[in-house]
Design a protein around this ligand. Structure first.
Ligand SMILES: *Cc1c(COP(=O)(O)O)cnc(C)c1O
Length: 231
């Protein structure tokens, strides 16, 4: 489904108001929260409308889908975030197409991304996706495995481990996601004090719960439905 540009613009204004009040409640600066517009399933025209309303960060969850849209949006200064599960055979392509990868969840994937980034002559910022709910159906590594993976990534010179990402279990009441956001922040603190000092980003919070995530320290929120409409 495609929303009209005017609707997308209004939606973005509403999301910005929600961000502003959450930041005010939490005593945080709005500049400390990066709004990533999740454009999966929506056409390039929708991205263009959001871009014209001032957004510069866009999130996609599939490499192929992102490639198709990017080819029609080439001359724009967009920062692309890969937020969906990445298979290691697509690591090289992902490294070409995205400035950030939020979904690193395995050592072999990190190695492939490192090689691809080295070949491209860049240092790729990544986040570790943590499966805090222990849900079988979801990707992400277990909390207990995060320290070892963070240590392994230190040896990969073309990756910059910048933070953590979580997709908590879905609750009707967003307040119930708060403990997951808090645990992600605490895990980041733990990894930082164990030497992973680059872990400063927390990618958490979606359309229905990003205010809670901001209150718990989110630095990147991933918002789809509230901007582009229902998928
Ligand atoms: C789709 C998606 C989002 C956005 O979800 P909304 O509820 O539409 O805001 C955020 N993060 C990930 C990883 C997603 O796949």
């Amino acid at each position: 489904m495609e929303s009209r540009p005017a609707v997308i613009r209004e939606n973005i204004a509403l999301v910005r108001e929600r961000i502003a009040s959450a930041c005010a409640r939490a005593g945080r600066q709005e500049g400390g929260v990066r709004l990533i517009a999740v454009s999966k399933t929506f056409p390039a025209e929708s991205i263009r409308a959001a871009y014209e309303a001032g957004l510069r960060d866009f999130g996609e969850n599939r490499v192929q889908e992102a490639a198709a849209k990017q080819s029609t949006l080439q001359d724009r200064d967009i920062t692309w975030h890969l937020i969906g599960h990445l298979q290691s055979n697509k690591a090289a392509r992902a490294c070409e197409l995205f400035e950030w990868v939020h979904s690193v969840d395995a050592g072999h994937l990190a190695q492939k991304l490192d090689r691809a980034a080295a070949a491209a002559g860049k240092r790729l910022p990544i986040l570790l996706e943590i499966n805090l709910g222990g849900e079988e159906s979801k990707s992400g590594i277990a909390e207990n495995d995060a320290p070892d993976l963070a240590t392994a990534i230190k040896e990969l010179p073309s990756l910059a481990l910048r933070g953590l990402m979580v997709i908590p279990p879905l609750f009707n009441d967003p307040e119930q996601t708060r403990p997951y956001f808090r645990r992600l922040r605490e895990l980041a603190e733990k990894l930082r004090s164990a030497g992973a000092t680059g872990i400063t980003e927390l990618s958490m919070g979606m359309s229905h719960d990003f205010e809670i995530a901001i209150e718990e320290g989110a630095t990147m929120i991933r918002v789809g439905t509230a901007i582009f409409g229902t998928r």
